[in-house]
Design a protein around this ligand. Structure first.
Ligand code: NAD
Length: 409
């Protein structure tokens, strides 16, 4: 099974309960536009580098297309299609006026110099500039991209359209970014984990956590959880993992990673493999790296009491069935990691208004949106006896379907 098929499976599971007409169902699942471009740049060595770039625009019935750009060797059209569809349901679920899109470049950003990254980003922007824009499609950071990449896109796009900061979100705060955007996804994951633990009669303080991935999302999630008294007993990244049953000092680890660029080598914990981390006996397991990390066998090996999906698409449908059968609750990606796109929305609003919000306001509004969405979905799932994933898709599909029906086909 490929990523888009998995997303479509979750869509179908919920759409069946909504009694949608075949026309609306087809309309909702089919991407609106798919762009594939050849991105050719001069490498530092003088030879030409040839990369494939993608932008999939899934649905814009509720507002402009919105979604991240990923730079990773596994980026392809199927992955972009799956992630674009997830963005449509995510923006609808937390009720912000955007649709869904996703894209990226098939490359290994760790093997590129900063100058090569800049040339790649500028050339990609040049190739897609006519399909993006503040009222068309607004990219943001994802795996392998960051605020610097967004600054280059804004600058390159400005050569065609003039000063247009609202063309991308996740920009540096000094260049029309929003306070709180960099940490927003991890902050949101921690809020959602807190609310779910509350529903289970527990608190973050005193609970144990294992987190796969220590990039933007994983590291900020760990930092916010640790601030609330969580015991982070295992973390990992692409190079390996760490374990300490007494709890890892997350701030010291973040400091180590800022220079070493990997968690391995940190002295306050012993090494462990990614597989070991995924099988940790903890209260909460948080995948915060790649998609597709839980297949049937991995799900059967899980010994956590709760899963909070910080990564996009970490769970294959066969694993979802295992979690449901084993009674392990899963807070789905489109809810758990929605904090990033919520604050991206606030950044877009601030750019359009040429006005800045203080951090406290950004965090307060983000928290309110997430807490409201979380309890709405938890209540819906309880009332209709659904998994939280099916309830989340159900709510989102109903909103997007209604927008199509009102606008007219
Ligand atoms: P990132 O590039 O900042 O970090 C990714 C992390 O995952 C790194 O620590 C990397 O080493 C690790 N990793 C990569 N391959 C791995 C492997 N095989 N095993 C273990 N760890 C591995 O990316 P990010 O922005 O933190 O995104 C992480 C996930 O969160 C992705 O699924 C992304 O789609 C999702 N997400 C990100 C945002 C955002 O605002 N950045 C928003 C919503 C969802």
């Amino acid at each position: 099974m490929q990523a888009f098929e998995a997303t479509s499976h979750y869509f179908d599971q919920a759409a069946r309960l909504l009694d949608l007409s075949e026309n609306i169902r087809t309309l909702l699942i089919t991407p609106d536009r798919e762009v594939r471009v050849e991105v050719v740049i001069e490498m530092d060595s003088g030879r030409l580098g040839n990369f494939l770039g993608y932008r999939v625009q899934h649905d814009n019935s509720r507002g402009p297309f919105k979604g991240g750009l990923r730079y990773h060797p596994k980026v392809d059209d199927d992955e972009a299609r799956s992630l674009a569809s997830l963005m449509t349901w995510k923006t609808a679920l937390v009720d912000i006026p955007f649709g869904g899109a996703k894209g990226g470049i098939n490359c290994d950003p760790t093997a590129l110099s900063k100058a090569e990254m800049e040339r790649l980003t500028r050339r990609f922007t040049e190739k897609i500039h006519d399909v993006i824009g503040p009222v068309k499609d607004i990219p943001a950071p994802d795996m392998g991209t960051d605020a610097q990449v967004m600054a280059w896109i804004m600058n390159e796009y400005g050569k065609y359209a003039g000063f247009t900061p609202a063309v991308v979100t996740g920009k540096p705060v000094e260049l029309h970014g929003s306070a709180g955007r960099e940490a927003a996804t991890g902050y949101g994951v921690a809020i959602v984990a807190r609310e779910m633990l509350g529903r289970m009669g527990r608190t973050i303080g005193g609970s144990t956590f294992a987190i796969q991935g220590f990039g933007n999302v994983g590291s900020f999630t760990a930092r916010f959880l640790a601030k609330e008294g969580a015991k982070i007993v295992a973390v990992s990244d692409a190079y390996g993992g760490l374990r300490n049953p007494e709890g890892i000092d997350v701030e010291a680890l973040a400091h180590h990673v800022s220079t070493a660029r990997k968690v391995v080598g940190f002295e306050g914990a012993r090494p462990c493999s990614n597989e070991e981390l995924m099988r940790s006996e903890v209260d909460v397991l948080i995948p915060a790296a790649l998609g597709g990390v839980f297949d049937r066998a991995a799900a059967e090996a899980v010994r956590a009491r709760l899963i909070v999906e910080a990564a996009n698409g970490p769970t294959w449908p066969e694993a979802d069935e295992v979690f449901n059968a084993r009674g392990i609750p899963v807070v789905p990606d489109i809810l758990a990691n929605a904090g990033g796109v919520i604050v991206s929305y606030f950044e877009w609003v601030q750019n359009l208004q040429n006005f800045r919000w203080p951090l406290e306001q950004v965090q307060r509004e983000e928290e309110k949106k997430l807490v409201d969405a979380f309890h709405d979905i938890h209540d819906l799932a309880t009332r209709k006896k659904l998994s939280m994933r099916t309830a989340a898709f159900y709510r989102a599909i109903a909103r997007v379907g209604r927008a199509h029906a009102l606008a007219g086909i």
